[in-house]
Design a protein around this ligand. Structure first.
Ligand code: FES
Length: 135
């Protein structure tokens, strides 16, 4: 797919895998061609997705894989220095993330499946890119 093509949805998981306020589904992406991780979770009934990267320091935030919410399951919490983010906007609401926010990914939920719509910047991992130096 080139940068001008409309994004094709990428199937991520079944809706039933995302318990409200529960564990997130974590997946690999490429951001500007570099490996990164992202997650999708359900909060207040809505499905939201972000890059797994804190706005304070560019580090992954989950304290165990897929565990992003605080003890009250109210905010997305960075396990490193405690930055808190509002789950529906990704906006920092406390801690050292200042006026930062998480990088949102576009996701939909339809017919019992959750899908991600890649952007030119954040794309699926491509396993068939030519290997440098390979014939
Ligand atoms: S790296 Fe997330 S709060 Fe510091």
């Amino acid at each position: 797919m080139d940068a001008q093509s409309p994004a094709q949805p990428v199937d991520l998981c079944a809706s039933s895998e995302l318990e409200d306020g529960g564990r997130a589904f974590v997946f690999d992406v490429e951001e500007h061609g570099r490996p990164a991780r992202a997650f999708v979770l359900r909060h207040g009934g809505a499905v939201v997705a972000y890059l797994n990267r804190c706005a304070h320091v560019p580090a992954e935030m989950d304290w165990q894989e897929g565990q992003f919410l605080d003890a009250d399951r109210r905010f997305i919490l960075c396990s490193i220095h405690g930055a808190s983010y509002e789950p529906h906007t990704g906006r920092c609401v406390g801690g050292p993330c200042g006026r930062g926010r998480l990088t949102a990914l576009s996701v939909t939920e339809e017919a019992g499946r959750v899908a991600w719509y890649p952007s030119p910047q954040i794309r699926p991992v491509c396993f068939d890119d030519p290997v440098p130096g390979a014939p």
